[in-house]
Design a binder for this molecule. Structure first.
Ligand code: G1P
Length: 303
């Protein structure tokens, strides 16, 4: 029987090395990089809270992580803001610690996404749960996590977010093989029959990439236990899902919404431009600046 209990817990892996964003991520965890004034981790938490999640487990590199400090109260900073008549800013910081129930666990070594998820297992009980990779920002009025939780509620099984990608991006994603189907419209859920982590274009079973969002049933634990490490010694969630889908239902949801791979320099730039344009205070100056850039060769960068 599928486990269709409400999904109330989520795991955010935040212990990666952020190699694509070095040197910015040498000291600063990738999840703390700001996009339009807010760290990536905020977008992740807001999407989960808007999707009905009430308990989030952050997997961090160590308990002294800046991600953890970011969500702790800082009484000295709050009172110093208040004494400077910045009560609204102080209140905003205070609210950070109340957004949702947050717990932190450590991943001691970078042994892959499936290993990171396993670090949270003692806090998940036997429930189905959500996994969200915070470097993928999703923007949609109906949050992508909620769309996926609805697929799980109506059809059972585990669910991953999928979207057609360009040939050049195939080797940067988990790629799925789906049951013969014509259901490719956004909003459609299709049965997955196999997955490959970051294949070469020639070896890819399709152009449908996995996008950092997963609803996982407890059967994933046994699949992870049976998954061999890859050539780099990492245990990939994609490989565990490939085992899972031979015995259990796994759906791919052609999600609705815009996505940004903010863990990559160009995706990060795009996210900053688009989300700044959504800010009513920044929209007009940004548009004016971008159109000046397009129509003049004024960008000399000091030359
Ligand atoms: C991870 C997953 C990969 C997925 C990608 C984008 O890779 O392993 O299957 O397609 O996220 O969500 P990463 O980008 O962390 O290397």
């Amino acid at each position: 029987m599928p486990d269709r209990a409400k999904i109330s817990k989520a795991v955010i892996p935040a212990a990666g090395l952020g190699t694509r964003m070095l040197p910015a991520t040498k000291v600063l965890p990738k999840e703390m990089l700001p996009v339009a004034g807010k760290p990536l981790i905020h977008y992740a938490i807001e999407e989960l809270v808007a999707s009905g999640i009430d308990s989030i487990i952050l997997v961090v590199r160590n308990q002294k992580s800046l991600v953890q400090s970011h969500f702790e109260r800082d009484l000295a900073l709050e009172s110093s803001l208040e004494s400077r008549n910045l009560a609204a800013a102080a209140e905003e910081l205070r609210r950070l610690s109340d957004i949702v129930n947050l717990q932190f666990v450590e991943q001691h070594q970078p042994l892959g996404l499936a290993n990171a998820v396993c670090c949270a297992r003692p806090l998940l009980g036997g429930e189905s749960f959500f996994v969200l990779l915070p470097d993928v920002i999703m923007v949609n009025a109906d949050p992508v996590a909620r769309q996926m939780i609805q697929v799980h509620a109506s059809r059972g099984g585990s669910v991953v977010a999928i979207r057609e990608i360009e040939a050049k991006d195939v080797d940067r994603h988990g790629i799925v093989e789906v049951e013969h189907t014509t259901a490719t419209a956004s909003g459609a859920a299709v049965r997955i029959t196999g997955l490959v982590e970051k294949p070469s274009l020639g070896a890819a079973p399709s152009r449908l990439g996995v996008f950092g969002r997963y609803v996982l049933e407890p059967a994933i634990w046994e699949a992870i236990e049976q998954t061999a490490p890859d050539a780099r010694g990492e245990i990939q969630l994609t490989d565990a899902l490939n085992l899972l889908c031979s015995k259990n239902c796994l759906f791919g949801l052609h999600f609705q919404g815009d996505h940004y791979d903010a863990g990559d320099p160009f995706g990060y730039f795009r996210a900053n431009v688009d989300l700044s344009l959504c800010d009513p205070h920044l929209r007009q100056p940004c548009l004016e600046y971008l159109s000046r850039l397009q129509t003049s060769d004024a960008l000399t960068l000091g030359k």
